[in-house]
Design a protein around this ligand. Structure first.
Ligand code: B12
Length: 118
């Protein structure tokens, strides 16, 4: 049976200028380890890319995932997550977009979390 293609992304965002020590998102890594039993999972840590928005768009166009999961690890990264969602929606109108992480979790209301761009 064909497995659903699931791309999980830590969207392009600015890390601390004063401290370049950065680890891959523990949340994304944990989630990917769980999801790989059920999906054809790929993880893109956009903080590693020199031209992250360009590279993310290229990956979406070439690999055309069925589901894109966007991690919003803190409120500071909210608009990076929304912009990533808008890019996914432009490139892949049919894809299912999910958001998760500390910011959406802290802001869930009855009826769900609303992500502009999705
Ligand atoms: C580790 C950590 C960091 C690391 C991040 C490293 C990295 N690459 O991610 C470092 C030290 C760099 C960091 C920095 C900051 N952090 Co911090 N950090 C944490 C901490 C302690 C743990 C996060 C974590 O890894 N949890 C473990 C993983 C397994 O859980 P998770 O991330 O929640 O992910 C799970 C779910 O959320 C979900 N999930 C995650 N993504 C997705 C995506 C989808 C699609 C789905 C379905 C689910 C999903 O599944 C995951 C697995 O179970 C939290 C506090 C906490 N207890 O959570 C604060 C926390 C997230 N940080 C916070 C803040 C404010 C910051 C800073 C902005 C602080 C500052 N003022 O500079 C900076 C931003 C950094 C920057 N701009 O450079 C706040 C965010 C609050 C908010 N309202 O947004 C928190 C909640 C701490 C707090 N209580 O204030 N942080």
């Amino acid at each position: 049976m064909k497995k659903i293609k699931f791309l999980l992304i830590d969207p392009p965002h600015r890390i601390w200028d004063i401290l370049k020590a950065w680890i891959p998102s523990p949340g994304c890594l944990q989630l990917a380890a769980y999801l790989e039993d059920y999906f054809n999972i790929d993880f893109m840590d956009c903080t590693l890319n020199k031209r992250p928005w360009h590279d993310l768009e290229k990956k979406l166009r070439e690999e055309r995932p069925d589901v894109v999961g966007i991690s919003i690890g803190c409120t500071y990264f909210t608009y990076d997550g929304y912009n990533a969602a808008s890019l996914v929606r432009d490139v892949l109108p049919e894809a299912t977009i999910l958001v998760g992480g500390a910011h959406p979790t802290l802001n869930v209301e009855p009826g769900g979390y609303c992500c502009p761009g999705c």
